[in-house]
Write a protein that binds this ligand. Structure first.
Ligand code: ATP
Ligand code: MG
Length: 170
């Protein structure tokens, strides 16, 4: 059985990581779709698709995952009614979708897919928007991310980037 888990992963945090671990107990193979792949260098979407691939792939290395995981960037098509077909055209065939995002849930359900909602994991802290706010405001952010992801963000000078793009005109 092959599962699909889609997110923007801006950044990939410990909530995502825990969900992935749990899904991997249920499926033979997992596809991780990176949504809004074309976006980067903005407050909502600071990291490129490639940087997000690196975060996820290194975090999975840390887990020593033996199962097959496909990490696939997915660009937005700005047309919700056609989005599921777009995703299907980009990823290997799958049997089940895992999501806690209401729109993603609705779209795959309408298309006739089996969709499961993974249990939320410490959502107050493991929440992308909140983690990006902490990065911007100089609060602790490292403890909400897998160690490998912290390393990637350091390597790419991610915090500097977020603060710079949030700044005012010179
Ligand atoms: P943002 O605030 O930027 O939307 P996010 O934390 O919701 O960040 P997404 O990339 O939007 O991260 O999430 C991808 C998927 O993971 C979605 O289905 C989302 O509901 C789910 N998810 C996010 N955080 C958690 C969590 N702490 N526990 C379980 N599922 C989560
Ligand atoms: Mg979200």
């Amino acid at each position: 059985m092959r599962g699909l888990f889609i997110g923007r992963f801006q950044p990939y945090h410990l909530g995502h990581h825990e969900v992935v671990k749990r899904i991997l107990e249920e499926v033979d193979e997992l596809i991780i779709g990176i949504g809004s792949a074309q976006e980067s260098h903005s407050i909502e979407n600071p990291f490129t698709a490639g940087e997000r691939v690196l975060m996820i792939s290194r975090a999975l290395d840390e887990l020593g995952v033996r199962k097959k995981v496909y990490i696939i960037p997915l660009e937005d098509i700005y047309r919700n009614s056609l989005w599921v077909a777009h995703v299907c055209s980009m990823v290997p065939p799958f049997d089940v979708v895992y999501t806690n995002n209401p729109l993603v849930y609705r779209l795959f359900k309408e298309a006739g897919f089996r969709v499961l909602k993974p249990a939320m994991v410490n959502r107050t802290e493991y929440h992308g928007t909140e983690i990006r706010r902490k990065m911007l405001e100089g609060e602790d952010w490292e403890k909400y991310l897998p160690k490998a992801v912290v390393e990637v963000i350091r390597e790419i000078r991610g915090i500097e980037r977020i603060r710079e793009i949030a700044g005012r005109d010179f």
